[in-house]
Design a protein around this ligand. Structure first.
Ligand code: NI
Length: 139
């Protein structure tokens, strides 16, 4: 049986600030630099959600892309797009919204919605050159 990975791309714009409340301003500036701007700053995030599984013999699909598309829209785009991640998204109330942490939050929001038979991988671009991947398999 053929295991195939299918991927769906999505996009959201969001603002954030990287800092720790328990650190001094100097230490926040030293570690987070411009990302510690108190006025926040934005990124155009590109998201790729990859689903690996067996091809269904009846449909020829691993997963119905319409289902995956709607899931990403409902759970991620509607929750994050045009939001301030620090202020508007509860998951980041006490979690620094680095691209690493955002990828893990996205994974944790989508994983319970997808059949256990699938392996899921999240790729998240914060800029054209900076991106992370997370699949929870490499723990
Ligand atoms: Ni940033």
């Amino acid at each position: 049986m053929s295991r195939v990975t299918v991927s769906r791309k999505a996009h959201f714009n969001a603002a954030h600030r990287l800092y720790r409340k328990d650190w001094s301003d100097e230490k926040n500036d030293l570690v987070f630099g411009k990302c510690n701007n108190p006025s926040f700053h934005g990124h155009n995030y590109d998201l790729i959600v990859s689903v690996t599984g067996i091809i269904d013999q009846e449909t020829g699909f691993v997963i119905d892309m319409k289902v995956l598309k709607e899931l990403i829209k409902d759970k991620i785009e509607d929750a994050f797009d045009h939001k301030n991640l620090n202020l508007d998204v509860p998951e980041f109330k006490d979690l620094n919204p680095t691209v690493e942490n955002i990828a893990v939050v996205i994974y944790n929001k989508l994983r319970p919605m997808l059949d256990e038979k699938f392996d899921i991988e999240i790729t998240l671009y914060e800029t054209a050159r900076n991106y992370v991947t997370y699949s929870a398999n490499n723990l």
